[in-house]
Structures are given as C-alpha cells and as structure tokens.
Design a protein around this ligand. Structure first.
Ligand code: FE2
Ligand code: FE2
Length: 202
C-alpha cells in the first residue's frame, strides 16, 4: 500500500515524466508499464512499492537522449563504462540518469537511484528493489515474446533471486547469440547468482 502523500509524489513524478517524454510516446508507454509491473513485483516480493513505482517511472529518463548527447553528457559528468563508446553507449543511460536524477527529484531515497543505475548492467550485489526494476524492464506488458511470457509465468512461483537469475541469464544469452558486446561484469554477476542458487538448492 502506498500512502496518500507518497501517491501524490508519484503523481507529480509522472506529470514531469510525461512532459520529459512528450516527444517519445512509445518510451513513455514502456516506462509506465515498467512502473506498474515493478509495483506488482514489489507487492508480491515484499519490496517497497513506492520506491519500485518511482524507479520504474524514472529508469529510462535519459533514454530520450541521442547517442551523441548521451556520450557528451556522460563525459561532462564523469560517468563512464568499460568498453568502446559505440558499444557501451546503449548502457550508459542507467548510470547517467542515476547521476542526474537526485538533483531533479531530491525527495526520493538513494535506493531509487541505485535501481535506476543498475537496470542496464546489473551488479553482483543487487538489492531486492534493483532486481524488481531489472525484471520489470523485461516483462512489462509491452514486451512480447515467448521469453517474456516464460518469465511472467514464474512471478510469485520462484524467489526474487531466481527470477532475476532467469532474467539476467536470458539477457546474456541474447547478447551472445546475436554477437553483441557483452559487458565485462556480466560473467561475474552471472556466476555470483549461479553459485548462490546452487548453494540454496543443497
Ligand atoms: Fe533502460
Ligand atoms: Fe526500460
């Protein structure tokens, strides 16, 4: 349950988001879907629903920038990722937004910005909120395909760690099978959760 004052905060964030994304209706639909899905996951997995909603709304804040604008803004703010610019530019909008959003939305807790940060490349120590946003990004209603359906069917049936592991593994499989650049930390993240999973199965 989200109390009235926090509902009002979400409403205000959404209003600013609609303005920010007024030229990108598809992207707006996506982030609204992610926010709604993140809220559902939060309710199911006992994560703060307000934070999930807020992070969902804001996670792609910087995705409205062109690749050149993204690189320029990242250079300006000292945000960098490991790899050639043309390979990491699509991943930068998470860390970049995490750097910019606190000044725009000072009313939000740091956990929200961390979830925004981690939604593109993940981390070895994902918090439940980080996982919720990461997964919601992959299964919001606008995502079509057998894989999204498979993941949706696991919601509430498996642990949040397990759901994240499925989601992350699929991401890696997709990147490798299409010959894309695999972000270097992906293997460590994969192994961290694969080991944790093996241990919990014992
Ligand atoms: Fe994104
Ligand atoms: Fe997204």
């Amino acid at each position: 349950m989200i109390d009235t004052s926090r509902r009002a905060m979400l409403h205000a964030i959404e209003t600013r988001l609609r303005d920010h994304m007024s030229g990108a209706p598809k992207r707006l639909r996506h982030v609204l879907g992610v926010s709604q899905t993140a809220a559902e996951l939060a309710r199911i997995y006992g994560v703060d629903e307000f934070e999930a909603c807020a992070a969902g709304l804001l996670h792609d804040w910087d995705k409205v920038l062109t690749p050149d604008e993204t690189l320029a803004r990242a250079a300006e703010l000292g945000v960098s990722l490991d790899g050639p610019a043309d390979r990491v530019v699509g991943l930068l909008h998470g860390p970049l937004a995490a750097r910019e959003l606190p000044a725009l939305f000072p009313e939000l807790p740091a956990a929200v910005f961390q979830a925004v940060d981690r939604h593109t490349v993940g981390a070895i120590d994902m918090m439940p909120l980080d996982m919720v946003v990461f997964i919601a990004d992959a299964i919001e209603p606008g995502r079509v395909g057998a894989y999204a359906d498979e993941l949706r069917a696991q919601v509430g049936e498996v642990t949040l760690d397990e759901l994240f592991f499925s989601c992350f593994s699929h991401g890696i499989t997709y990147v490798v099978s299409t010959g894309r650049y695999l972000y270097p930390t992906a293997v460590d993240i994969y192994n961290t959760y694969a080991i944790r999973r093996t241990l919990s199965e014992r």
